[in-house]
Design a protein around this ligand. Structure first.
Ligand code: SF4
Length: 325
């Protein structure tokens, strides 16, 4: 097991997403969102189907329902690959010492997370969808680690939530390794508004953990805080929570603003509330005022830059809401 603590998020990714031509038909699928991340994360590409020896090119495989059990079949060869795949995945998961995120190929019977077609033994499609073997295993074994398919990441809201969770949990992983109480206090202070935007009641619980009135050991405090942080970030924030945080931020500069500056900011909040502009617009407006009046406490808040700014890209697939609310 490596003792080196990666400073970048460690992300396991389906190898066919631009890393190797390992698809069943011998092609690769470059993905703009994965490419964009290359500079900022440490990718660990894996291809379960090649790893169990299926080769490239290969006959397609599929999920088949046998009785109540989901199995992995290759119809052309009539092979049942369930045992090989399960054994490979068990070994792979057991060897994962650090992981901050998963980006997996959607609809794949191996990598797919929830959207894989299931067939009857006679080859007819079943209703609904399932997890692929690898995708299902990582959901079960790494429930606190953000996991998405490349298809879902083309949605701005999904992508932003994924990036916030991943970069915040990575910062905490690095801190946890050092296990210094004063650094945890600082982390909590700087992430206060971000966590508040996700889950205000959890923020209060986390504050009590950091205060440590029970005199727990520092390692225990980090463990409890870790669990609460993962839980707090598990669901994307509601747009009303973001508005509350921005109104709070306004309070730090309000007395300095001209009526028309304040009105402009409040109008941008209303347009955000109505779903007409992304969160980044009112955030940009209030941030400019915080810079001008040197409100360092607020500018240090990760809420204003929860992940590298170079990754902010508001293009959207058009599936689901177009912007973060
Ligand atoms: S989806 Fe997964 S198993 Fe299939 S080619 Fe891509 S990496 Fe390999």
């Amino acid at each position: 097991m490596s003792e080196v603590v990666s400073e970048k998020p460690v992300v396991y990714v389906s190898k066919c997403l631009g890393f190797d031509a390992c698809r069943y038909n011998g092609i690769t699928l470059p993905n703009a969102k994965v490419d964009m991340l290359k500079e900022f994360v440490e990718f660990r590409p894996v291809c379960p189907e090649v790893e169990i020896g299926l080769g490239v090119p290969r006959q397609p495989i599929r999920l088949v329902l046998v009785g109540d059990e989901k199995r992995l079949h290759q119809p052309a060869s009539q092979r049942d690959l369930t045992a090989e795949m399960t054994s490979y995945i068990n070994n792979l998961c057991a060897g994962i010492d650090i992981v901050d995120g998963f980006i997996l190929k959607d609809r794949s019977p191996s990598c797919g997370i929830k959207d894989v077609k299931l067939y009857t033994e006679a080859g007819m499609p079943c209703s609904g969808s399932e997890s692929g073997f690898f995708g299902g295993a990582i959901l079960e074994r790494f429930p606190d680690v953000p996991a998405e398919t490349e298809g879902r990441l083309s949605n701005f809201k999904v992508r932003e939530h994924f990036l916030i969770r991943m970069f915040t949990q990575t910062r905490f992983r690095i801190l946890k390794k050092r296990c210094v109480m004063s650094e945890l206090v600082d982390f909590h202070a700087k992430n206060k508004f971000l966590i508040q935007s996700y889950n205000e009641s959890m923020l209060r619980k986390m504050g009590r953990v950091v205060a440590n009135h029970d005199k727990k050991s520092v390692a225990d405090v980090f463990d409890v805080y870790n669990r609460l942080l993962c839980s707090a970030l598990s669901k994307a924030p509601r747009y009303t929570s973001n508005i509350n945080v921005l109104m709070h931020a306004l309070g730090f500069v309000s007395k300095n603003l001209l009526p028309r500056e304040k009105a402009y900011f409040l109008d941008s909040l209303e347009r955000y509330r109505a779903g007409r502009i992304p969160l980044s617009v009112p955030v940009g407006v209030i941030k400019a005022h915080l810079v001008r009046y040197e409100v360092t406490y607020m500018l240090d808040q990760t809420f204003f830059e929860p992940y590298p700014e170079a990754l902010v890209e508001i293009t959207d697939s058009g599936k689901g809401r177009a912007i973060r609310r």
